[in-house]
Design a protein around this ligand. Sequence first.
Ligand code: PRP
Ligand code: URA
Length: 209
Amino acid sequence: MSTFHLVDHPLIQHKLTIMRSVNTSSKDFRELLNEISMLMGYEITRELPLRDCEIETPICRTTQKKISGKKLAIVPILRAGLGMVDGLMKLVPVARVGHIGLYRDPQTHMPVTYYCKMPPDIDKRFVIMVDPMLATGGSMSDAIAKVKEKGCKHIVAMCLVAAPEGVARVQKEHPDVDIYSAALDEKLNENAYIVPGLGDAGDRIFGTK
Ligand code: PRP
Ligand code: URA
């Protein structure tokens, strides 16, 4: 079974509360999402393996640590996942970025794929899937399956707000994928929106409503 990590640092909770408010502008929403993504990335990259490396300081030779092994790929689920990329890229500027275009059919709530473009060596990378909203879990689960088709073995999912239904679905369909979220909300409503949630993340990021 995968682990659900609640990344609830006080700074993250404070910023998320502002994002949830209906009175927050698209500009502020985007900036806060960017900031939270960076703070969450700090936690997600905590387990990156290190290797010894010898360097010379102005004083002496010394053995210190550098990140070793697998390189990173960030895979946003379009559109809303795009809002989480820059924050992570600030931490790991050499990360590669793959894109998965998915939208949720408004009637069936089933994900529909319209785009997929991955770095050629994605199978050798540690993959962070990003999407602010984990509602039914259909979009994240399908996106993870697409990345696994490319041969990826080490994948985590990062979101901002999760519903229990979405967490359960991803854990059932991808027991090898840990989930990181800034909040675990109460439930889904009759339109499969997260309650209390923050509304439609894509619309709030891009000002499309
Ligand atoms: C939203 C969100 C997720 C999905 C979550 O995207 O960004 O991708 O819904 O719902 P699920 O867990 O029930 O699948 P949306 O379909 O609104 O597309 P958009 O990002 O282009 O607005
Ligand atoms: N997609 C969103 O953007 N918000 C929700 O609450 C559910 C799905």
